[in-house]
Design a protein around this ligand. Structure first.
Ligand SMILES: CNC(=O)c1c(C)[nH]c(/C=C2\C(=O)Nc3ccc(Cl)cc32)c1C
Length: 280
């Protein structure tokens, strides 16, 4: 028998993840603090609902220290709402951290940026390994600062896996793409399929934003943004960051997806940098 909604006490609303409201909750019988994301599936077709069930079952299998742990799910059929229960990360998300740095004009330590890069790559290596998921590829599809979290030990965790592939009905499409697609890769901009190297492009945009405190490609319209991404030209990151970090960014933001490195290759490159530059 799975958990029921009444087994939990809502403590606070802590955000709006992709596709739904995120709340901090406490499990009554043992006091454990978790997070649940509320996802209304009322506007979904039967096919989309089946796809959602498959994606949720896939998320359940993702067990890794650098992936926000999926704990349970609860379905409220009367309210056509799915509650996805996940690990609480007391350090919050990197989106808030970058905002605070921008407001106080303080830059992040290079060592912290390398740790984020390495630990997210560890998470992507697991997601992109087909042998671990019955031959299926797990793509995050929405890597950005707001979807990277810090636990109580400062460990970096990739979370809020975009269910975009499932939520492709009109209503949910609008929700999914409500924001500006700053991190969209050139191949997706050109209408080609999202693939694991598209996650690597978004990781490059994330690392760039941790350095510069703004995305590498910015524009006021989608058309201008697409033009900038197509040019794949971006301003240099602040001079206090190393040449190795600049080289890593050039690797991650390689225009051609088939020339972009895999998560495993990025990890090898980062460990080489750490070993030759006295760690970071
Ligand atoms: C002000 N709120 C925060 O700093 C904050 C904290 C301490 N945790 C979170 C968010 C999550 C959290 O702690 N675990 C999560 C799992 C999935 C999703 Cl989509 C979000 C979270 C947030 C937004």
């Amino acid at each position: 028998m799975g958990p029921k909604l009444t087994d939990f006490e809502v403590l606070a609303t802590i955000g709006s993840g992709s596709h739904g409201t995120v709340r901090k909750v406490r499990r009554r019988y043992d006091g454990q603090v978790l997070v649940w994301k509320e996802l209304n599936y009322g506007a979904m077709t039967e096919v989309e609902k089946q796809g959602l069930v498959m994606e949720v079952n896939l998320l359940r299998e993702l067990r890794h220290p650098n992936i926000v742990r999926f704990q349970h799910h609860i379905v409220d059929r009367r309210a056509t709402t799915l509650y996805i229960l996940m690990e609480y990360c007391p350090g919050g998300d990197l989106g808030r951290l970058v905002s605070r740095c921008r407001q106080t004009s303080t830059f992040l330590e290079e060592g912290f940026i390398w740790r984020v890069l390495s630990q997210i790559c560890q998470a992507l290596k697991v997601c992109h390994d087909r042998t671990l998921h019955h031959g299926r590829l797990v793509l995050h599809r929405d890597i950005k600062p707001a979807n990277v979290f810090l636990d109580s030990e400062g460990r970096v965790k990739l979370g809020d896996f975009g269910l975009a592939r499932t939520l492709n009905s009109e209503a949910s499409f609008a929700t999914t793409y409500a924001g500006t697609p700053y991190y969209m890769s050139p191949e997706v901009m050109q209408g080609r399929d999202y693939n694991e190297r598209s996650d690597i492009w978004s990781l490059g945009c994330l690392v760039y934003e941790l350095c510069a405190l703004h995305p590498p490609f910015q524009a006021s319209t989608h058309r201008d943004l697409a033009a900038k991404i197509r040019e794949a030209r971006y301003d240099s990151i602040p001079i206090q960051y190393s040449c190795q970090l600049k080289e890593m960014l050039a690797l991650l933001l390689t225009y051609e997806d088939y020339l972009r490195p895999s998560a495993l290759t990025v990890l090898h490159h980062a460990s080489l940098v750490a070993n030759t530059s006295g760690g970071s």
